[in-house]
Design a protein around this ligand. Structure first.
Ligand code: CP
Length: 329
């Protein structure tokens, strides 16, 4: 079926938000709405010969990718998602912008919005910048594309979609987040989503990078990867975020990878259908070895494809509600 704005359907009534700032505030129902829509975008648009070009749900909308931190996957896939929905997408390059002349983030965003922008997709090193923009920009949808160590909601959603497409449901699943939990916005978004959806998150890594306080939220805390190899259904292998660390949390990369890298020998001790995820960028040989990253149990590139579908769902939902709110006010 060739989809148009008319025959695709409406944003589900259960979605009322004009921003996507994090998964901590979302209900299980709201997360499920986005996952269901993303599944549909993946199957009926991204994998459909008929609908491969564009589905014009956001024709006439303009989106700016406001990235103050580096990105490959998130920026590209938000751009691709917006264009596949028919929107105009503008890429803001922080490195060559007037930030260097002292312009603030809010003034930058307000000036770009004044050009006729309907949505801002923002990534910033400081936690809270997406919320700050959402509070201060009028009639503008804001999507968090990663704010410091706080949240990366669309990464969390694409991880959930990848898990759900493989296992069908979250009930009883044990999902291990391995590595630099302390500095990982991906870990936080995963944990919030997994707890709401009924899975059991496990955080695993050196004690300098894994707080025992996660236990109070119902997360299992573990400091030995070898101990949980046969227990977890999914291993999400997180990058060591040296750029966010003030003090070196372990003596050497060699020591870290000896204890925490997912390699062929460790994978052989996992469940036969254990799923290997990594948000990327991956550091081959540090948190994951090439034979595992490129092996049959790895869904790393499937995660990237799901990222486009998730971002299509998120942009369509928040922009639709934002436009409705602006028209009503
Ligand atoms: N996973 C992720 O956020 O990748 P990028 O930093 O390349 O966007």
């Amino acid at each position: 079926m060739l989809y148009t704005k008319e025959n695709w359907g409406s944003v589900p009534e259960g979605w009322t938000r004009t921003h996507l700032l994090g998964l901590e505030d979302l209900s299980a129902e709201e997360i499920t709405i986005l996952l269901d829509l993303a599944q549909r975008f993946r199957e009926d648009v991204l994998e459909s010969e008929e609908n491969r070009r564009k589905i014009p749900l956001l024709t006439g909308f303009a989106i700016v990718n406001l990235f103050f931190e580096n990105s490959t996957r998130t920026r590209t896939s938000f751009g691709f998602a917006g264009r596949r929905l028919g929107a105009d997408v503008i890429d803001f390059a922080a490195g060559t912008s007037s930030l260097a002349k002292g312009e603030t983030v809010l003034d930058t965003a307000k000036n770009i919005q004044a050009m006729g922008i309907d949505a801002v997709v923002v990534r910033h090193v400081c936690p809270g910048v997406p919320k700050f923009l959402a509070d201060n920009l009028k009639n503008c949808a804001v999507v968090n594309a990663g704010d410091g160590t706080h949240e990366h909601p669309t990464q969390g959603l694409l991880d959930m979609l990848t898990i759900r497409r493989r296992f069908g449901s979250f009930k009883g699943l044990k999902v291990a987040l391995v590595g630099d939990i302390a500095h990982s916005r991906v870990a936080r978004s995963n944990i919030f989503a997994l707890l709401k959806l009924g899975a059991q998150p496990i955080v695993c890594g050196p004690s300098t990078l894994v707080s025992p306080y996660w236990e109070e939220m119902g997360v299992k805390v573990c400091y030995s990867l070898d101990e949980i190899l046969g227990e977890a259904d999914v291993f999400n292998l997180l990058r060591i975020q040296f750029e966010r660390q003030v003090v070196r949390p372990f003596p050497s990369i060699h020591e870290y990878s000896r204890l925490y890298a997912m390699n062929a020998e460790r994978l052989a001790r996992c469940k036969k259908d254990a799923l290997i995820l990594a948000p990327g960028p991956i550091n081959r040989g540090v948190e994951i070895t090439p034979e595992v990253a490129d092996g049959p149990q790895s869904a790393i590139l499937d995660q990237v494809t799901n990222g486009v579908a998730v971002r299509m769902a998120a942009l369509w939902c928040v922009l639709t509600r934002s436009k409705e709110n602006a028209s009503a006010s």
